[in-house]
Design a protein around this ligand. Structure first.
Ligand code: HEC
Length: 267
């Protein structure tokens, strides 16, 4: 049977159309995802992983560089940090420990709490247990949602912690951002229409030293590090847990074989 040329090309045409539609859907979906991820900042995840030593080392370096000026980790010693994060002592002394401090000392900020209270209205809290108290996802959102607010004494505000006394010390890295709100009409009680401002996304008004991807990595590393500090034994406990379970499995099979041997002749 003879098929006309256009008909013979039909499958190819259908395939091309399907591919194009698929591609269009994909771009549409990714645009929607981007908008979605901005609007729902409450669902951003830290994806902390305390077994990632390289990330913990970067987090420790960044904590010392950007947070230690105000925040202490009063339950962690420098030597413990060096041991857990596999940082040799000479490097620890040279790069992380402030001059005059000993490796056996605790990680204490030089900021005097009484002064800090005078300057910020609130003393910066100790961050040893902050990841356990607030959760890593909160910390991630806190460090990503500082924005410019000229009504505040610090010039900054925060979506995760409105009216925070902490200045936006991350803006040199992240850049300065302002929130863009969307006005939404809602039918209130009694059928009255009310207007509501809902956060839509952040607009960067001055870029920082880092690209958004680099800044994400920075926040991820710092949060990861705070997660480790909140429970320094965790990685070791998990690694040991696997061996304990393996031992119990092996022991169970030995016990079962023994039992079979002992009961063999008992009828
Ligand atoms: C210039 C001083 C300063 C620096 C530097 C600083 N902070 Fe803060 N931070 C504060 C103050 C002040 C508060 C108290 C805010 C409040 O309770 O309103 C605070 C609070 C916090 C909190 C507690 C939020 C809560 O929900 O209670 C976290 C977490 C935090 N800072 C993390 C960091 C991290 C991580 C860094 C480094 C990247 C950092 N801070 C650097 C001053 C600082």
């Amino acid at each position: 049977m003879r098929t006309s040329a256009p008909l013979r090309k039909l499958p190819a045409l259908v395939l091309a159309a399907a591919l194009a539609a698929g591609a269009a859907c994909a771009t549409h979906a990714s645009a929607a995802d981007a908008a979605q991820s901005d609007t729902s900042w409450q669902s951003w995840k830290a994806n902390a992983d305390v077994t990632n030593i390289a990330s913990l080392q970067r987090g420790a370096r960044d904590f010392v560089g950007y947070c230690l000026g105000c925040h202490s980790l009063q339950f962690e010693r420098w030597s413990r940090l060096g041991h857990d994060l596999r940082i040799p002592e000479p490097l620890l002394v040279e790069d992380l420990i402030p001059p005059g401090e000993k490796p056996t000392g605790y990680i204490i900020s030089p900021m005097i709490p009484a002064d800090a209270e005078k300057w910020f209205g609130k003393a910066p809290p100790d961050l040893s247990l902050i990841a356990r108290a607030r959760g890593t996802n909160y910390l991630y959102r806190y460090l990503k949602t500082f924005y410019v607010d000229s009504d505040r004494a610090t010039g900054a505000n925060n979506l995760a912690f409105p009216q925070t006394a902490m200045p936006d010390i991350v803006s040199p890295l992240q850049g300065l951002q302002v929130p863009v709100y969307q006005t939404i009409q809602r039918r209130g009680p009694g059928g009255k229409m009310t207007q509501e401002e809902v956060f839509e996304h952040f607009k960067l008004i001055a870029p920082g030293r880092m690209t958004p991807q680099q800044y994400d990595q920075f926040v991820h590393d710092v949060v990861n590090f705070l997660d480790y500090v909140g429970d320094p034994e965790r990685a070791m406990r998990r690694a040991m847990g696997i061996w304990v379970v393996l031992f119990l499995l092996a022991f169970t099979s030995v016990a079962w074989l023994l039992k079979r041997e002992f009961w063999k002749d008992v009828k």
